[in-house]
Design a protein around this ligand. Structure first.
Ligand SMILES: [Zn+2]
Ligand SMILES: [Zn+2]
Length: 382
């Protein structure tokens, strides 16, 4: 084995010190590859990394995944392993997810306790919802006969190592929209001569907030937020153009389709009422993450067996997960592990003072190992 407990912590801290944004994870990837090669694991390096470890003769194959990218956030902790890449930070714990998976690969390669194949997926660019799709499009991953796929995300503020998950929807989808209102600019003292795009955009925003509750039930879990309002108006010039940008979360594909339909319908109505042109661009970045029945039941049973505290039916998360594209391709389960309740481990994901709890590394690695041993047949003659 390459790592003892302290060695794995050092590996995590090193990743934390040199975080890299999505699709730029060059150093991170080279660190991972180096270890996989040392462990004699078959390595396929593309945008991400696939490590394939085969043991025995069984044809059964499962995949376990970690995300490896960081966020465009300036770290405000004072740790001695604080980010050295200014403006970039591991504020979502992907450094820890990566270290847990590397730790599991280390143990499994030396134990060879299973009969079958385990695929280690080190996925780039999770934060923008682009990495999983990109890896699938590369071809190697999507053509593997993977029977089950699993992923961990840490959950700050929850008891250390507490496992929570649910069958069915676990994370919402995220769609981004951009609405352009083309009115007519004019002298601010004579607004009747123009078509005030700011006033029209305000009317539109009010109407968008009627979608949840008046068009779709408020129980749907849908969230629609206008997050940017950009106009070309200036002092004494009425705006002729406004761009609105926003974010919509949904818990089903049907709801996502409804949201788009209503945004377009309302925009067309407002355009007609004000005699202006309004164009809508609606793009889904993350689809809903769905956990399949069999892998989810397996995770819950195993967690109980190895003595983790388990919440088997947690409320769906409002955040989105790129794992959605992987569990859309292969039956899978995303589960959450508590990062600890005390400072700094209770700081929210994506905050500038977040930190992954190193005490979770061993728990996570060992759970990965137990999962592989549980889901693949046991090797004979052990
Ligand atoms: Zn994140
Ligand atoms: Zn994350």
């Amino acid at each position: 084995m390459i790592f003892d407990k302290k060695g794995l912590i050092r590996f995590r801290k090193d990743l934390h010190k040199f975080p890299e944004l999505g699709f730029m994870e060059k150093r991170t990837k080279s660190k991972i590859c180096k270890i996989l090669y040392k462990l004699n694991i078959e390595v396929h390096e593309g945008l991400g990394i696939l490590g394939i470890l085969k043991s025995g003769n069984s044809k059964k194959m499962i995949a376990i995944r970690a995300d490896i990218d960081a966020l465009p956030i300036t770290e405000t902790t004072n740790f001695n392993y604080q980010s050295k890449n200014s403006g970039v930070m591991h504020a979502c714990g992907h450094d820890g997810h990566t270290a847990m998976l590397v730790g599991a690969a280390d143990i499994l390669a030396s134990k060879q306790s299973f009969d079958g194949t385990v695929v280690f997926i080190f996925q780039p660019n999770e934060e923008n919802g682009l990495g999983a799709k990109a890896m699938l499009n590369e071809g190697i991953l999507s053509n593997l006969p993977i029977e089950e796929i699993y992923a961990i995300h840490n959950l700050p503020g929850e008891p250390l190592g507490q496992l929570s998950t649910r069958e069915g929807l676990i994370c919402s989808s995220e769609s981004l929209f951009e609405i352009e209102i083309k009115g007519q600019s004019c002298h601010a003292s004579m607004p009747q001569m123009g078509k005030d795009a700011i006033l029209i955009a305000s009317e539109l925003i009010q109407n968008l907030q009627k979608i949840v509750s008046r068009k779709i039930s408020s129980n749907s879990g849908i969230v629609i937020s206008v997050t940017e309002f950009i106009s070309n108006g200036t002092r004494n010039v009425l705006a002729g153009k406004v761009i609105l940008k926003g974010d919509a979360r949904a818990r089903s594909k049907e709801d996502r389709i409804y949201i788009e339909k209503f945004i377009r319908q309302i925009s067309n109505g407002v355009a007609l009422a004000n005699d202006v042109s309004i164009t809508v661009n609606f793009k889904t970045e993350f689809i809903e993450t769905l956990n399949a029945k069999k892998p989810t039941e397996a995770i819950i049973k195993l967690a109980e067996r190895v003595g983790l505290k388990v919440i088997p039916n947690i409320n769906p998360m409002s955040f989105s997960e790129d794992f959605a594209y992987l569990s859309n391709r292969f039956p899978g389960c995303l589960f959450l592990l508590g990062n600890g309740e005390k400072e700094p481990y209770c700081k929210p994901l994506h905050s500038s003072d977040y930190d992954f709890n190193d005490d979770l590394l061993e728990i996570g690695s060992k759970f990965w190992v137990s999962l592989v041993e549980d889901r693949l047949p046991q090797k004979k003659n052990l």
